[in-house]
Design a protein around this ligand. Structure first.
Ligand code: NAD
Length: 495
């Protein structure tokens, strides 16, 4: 069956291009999928434009849009094993993690299903003064939804959920490396009864299949999750038609451990913060900031955990984390560590490709700890997006905050302390979109997610993540029309 979905039909690309999807754990062929050209993407945009302009989805009652999202969530629950398997094959992540991801996807869709029917607008002026004035929230129109490879289905759900709930039409483009679960999602949207033309799917590389989404005048909004450099490119391309832009970009997230913290919890979570999914998490706690008196103990214990983490493929029951997404990405992570050591970081563990024969066919890289780092080093400033932890030391609360904010990013951070008042002071001072106190990684669909500074523009999830997908419109009615008298010699009325 072909893999592009345009105007309610599955088709191959106009030029018949295809791409092999291979599992990063062992290189096995997962699928050969159709690939879109620029012309295919433009065809998808045209279909979404027509569907937006004739109102076939926007005119459906909001409560029915919510019901469709609940139906979609039911279908995702029905197919959880199939979807988890596809996600694991594409990304190399363990089945258990993919199952968690599907559960999170279901929660996201149910959250937006609940939002669909509320907050449709408000009356500003009820008519007592001779005018009736209200604000309504309309769909933005045609949305371009561009997603990365690390959480393919989850990132799609954070965009498709609000787009559908608010009555938009869209063109969805997943990462060329991990399209399988997004294809399945679109099949389920069709099964759930979404009208033709509302959801459109194109696959392929960013420069060819993705670029028209940011450039095209018929796209009203582009919501992008991915790397900083791509985000800048998309923002610049979108500027030519002044379209709405929502960007979820990278992070270089500080995890701050004070000496008075529960060190058992802090150490264990410091390892999870950075090594989960082999560090391929935008909010990974890749910068560990430790108060000086407990530096040695904390680092020794994190190193011990790192050295015990078992690498393996998605279906290996003993594996605790998987491979990196590609050879190119592993090469990038390896070069980042080499540069860090050259810059003076102390390599405590990891730092070279594992030589076990069982791991030879995948893009594995071991959990790596770099001690004695400082903010002048590239390894502290640049996102590695791999299993690499840098460690810095601080002496005072002020220094912890200063270091935690010394980054161009502002996605997430954590503070560990037994002193609640100190925790909340630090949380208030950190310029990051999510702050955890005595925890790392949890998020809630009802809470906004996104970044300060160069971690992005706008928010996903929460109420604001829904509001990105609507345009407010003020409708003002004069109930007693009369000449204004502004020109022509009479005294103007003051309305
Ligand atoms: P990427 O920027 O390489 O690609 C992301 C998507 O953009 C892909 O679908 C790609 O094909 C597409 N793309 C590339 N060039 C394009 C262009 N010119 N026009 C339109 N589309 C284009 O990112 P990636 O390597 O897939 O993902 C890793 C990055 O994503 C990391 O930096 C990570 O921090 C970030 N990320 C952020 C969040 C968040 O919530 N802030 C979540 C997940 C990932």
């Amino acid at each position: 069956m072909p893999d592009l979905f345009i105007d309610g039909s599955w088709s191959s690309g106009a030029k018949g291009l295809t791409r092999e999807i291979r599992c990063p754990a062992d290189g096995t062929l997962v699928a050969t999928v159709d690939e879109a050209t620029r012309e295919d993407t433009e065809r998808a945009i045209a279909a979404a434009r027509v569907a937006a302009d004739d109102g076939r989805w926007a005119s459906v009652p909001a409560s029915e849009r919510g019901r469709l999202l609940h139906r979609l969530a039911d279908l995702l629950e029905r197919d959880v094993e199939t979807i988890a398997r596809l996600e694991s094959l594409d990304t190399g992540k363990r089945m258990v993690e993919s199952r968690y991801d599907v559960a999170d996807v279901v929660s996201a869709f149910r959250w937006f299903a609940g939002l669909a029917g509320i907050d449709l607008g408000r009356v500003v002026d009820p008519g007592g003064t001779g005018t009736f004035s209200r604000v309504v929230y309309e769909p933005v129109g045609v949305c371009a939804l561009i997603t990365p490879w690390n959480y393919p289905l989850l990132q799609a759900s954070w965009k498709v959920g609000p787009a559908v709930a608010a009555g938009n039409t869209f063109v969805l483009k997943p990462s060329e490396l991990t399209p399988s679960t997004t294809i399945h999602l679109v099949r389920l949207l069709q099964e759930a009864g979404l009208p033709d033309g509302v959801a459109n799917l194109v696959l392929g590389a960013g420069a060819e299949a993705g670029a028209p989404l940011a450039e095209h005048p018929d796209v009203d909004m582009v919501s992008f999750t991915g790397g900083l450099l791509t985000g800048r490119r998309i923002m610049a391309a979108a500027a030519s038609t002044v379209k709405k832009v929502a960007l979820e970009l990278g992070g270089k997230n500080p995890n701050i451990v004070f000496a008075d913290a529960d060190l058992d919890a802090a150490v264990d979570n410091a390892a999870t913060a950075v090594f989960l999914h082999s560090g391929q998490v935008c909010s990974a706690g890749a910068r560990l900031l430790v108060e000086e008196p407990v530096h040695d103990e904390v680092v020794d214990r994190v190193v011990a955990i790192a050295e015990g983490i078992r690498l393996g493929g998605p279906f290996d029951p003993m594996a605790e984390t998987g491979p990196l997404i590609s050879q190119a990405h592993r090469d990038k992570v390896a070069a980042y560590v080499e540069r860090a050591v050259a810059d003076g970081a102390v390599l405590r563990t990891g730092g070279s490709v594992p030589d076990e024969p069982a791991l030879a066919t995948g893009w594995y890289y071991p959990p790596t700890v770099l001690d004695r780092c400082d903010t002048a080093m590239a390894c502290v400033q640049d996102e590695s997006f791999g299993p690499v932890l840098t460690v810095e030391t601080f002496r005072t609360e002020e220094e912890a905050v200063r270091l935690g904010n010394d980054t161009i990013y502002g996605l997430a951070g954590a503070v560990w302390t037994g002193d609640s008042s100190k925790a909340h002071c630090v949380a208030a001072a950190l310029r990051h979109g999510t702050i955890w106190i005595n925890d790392y990684h949890p998020y809630r669909p009802a809470a906004e997610w996104g970044g300060f500074k160069q971690s992005g523009v706008g928010r996903e999830l929460g109420h604001v993540g829904f509001a990105e997908y609507v345009e407010p419109k003020h409708i003002y009615e004069n109930l007693q029309p009369a000449p204004s008298g502004w020109f022509g010699g009479t005294e103007p009325t003051n309305s």
